[in-house]
Design a protein around this ligand. Sequence first.
Ligand code: NAD
Length: 256
Amino acid sequence: MLRGKTAVVTGSTSGIGLGIANSLAAEGTNIMLNGFGEYESTKAEIAALGVKVGYHGADMSKPAEVADLIATTERVFGACDIVVNNAGIQHVANIEDFPIEKWDAVIAINLSSAFHATRAALPGMKKRNWGRFVNIASAHGLVASAQKSAYVAAKHGIIGFTKVTSLETAHTGITANAICPGWVLTPLVQKQIEARAQNEGKTVEAAKKELLLEKQPSGEFVTPEQLGAMAVFLCSDAAAQIKGASFVMDGGWTAQ
Ligand code: NAD
């Protein structure tokens, strides 16, 4: 049922977004990639799955560029059926040392961009009476960690925003749900592991093990492929009555 649909996956040049884009493409969904960095090889790999693929370089901190990402997708592919709000950044510091511009950037990219993309995509979805929003929150959308004030605020915010989106579309064929991953070994987390190794004078391998064990009882990373499978399910007909939910995939992080 996803064959021929079109998905925008924000921040899909790496990590979780890339995993979700690949999983949706494997189901026959056309993909609009977005994010910074290299994308030509990803474009070629996705095209090889037999779907249409495009790239839009919108900076997700800029509302007009987010709106253009959705408008361009509708123009190029004829529709924007699925929006995966995934782009995100992290900054780690105590509140009193947190740079104001970092706070603003985390809130803009991790939270406000989802509002702008949803706002732009809703009219077309309502017209076709079908749509899927898959918002990538985090275990930090449900529980907190010190030194991550902006990130935790944005992720709690996106879970609330997901609920509102689902209520405003409750009587339509549109759904909005959130996924809350635990640790996934992507560039976003690799940076935190390296900072930890440096600050604590440890090897990167030791810092990685400690980071996992501190929060994630399974002691293993969640993978982008596992998250991709969850996103595919949330886009399927089987998930048509799942509205405003948050799914944890966190190796037991929030079970504690
Ligand atoms: P990543 O750094 O691998 O990928 C982030 C993507 O977002 C990249 O494609 C990057 O280019 C893009 N991006 C960053 N700023 C952007 C901007 N201003 N405009 C457009 N694109 C931008 O990170 P990831 O770990 O794959 O994170 C993806 C999402 O998953 C984020 O929302 C993150 O908060 C969330 N998440 C990650 C983890 C984890 O452990 N890695 C856990 C829970 C939630």
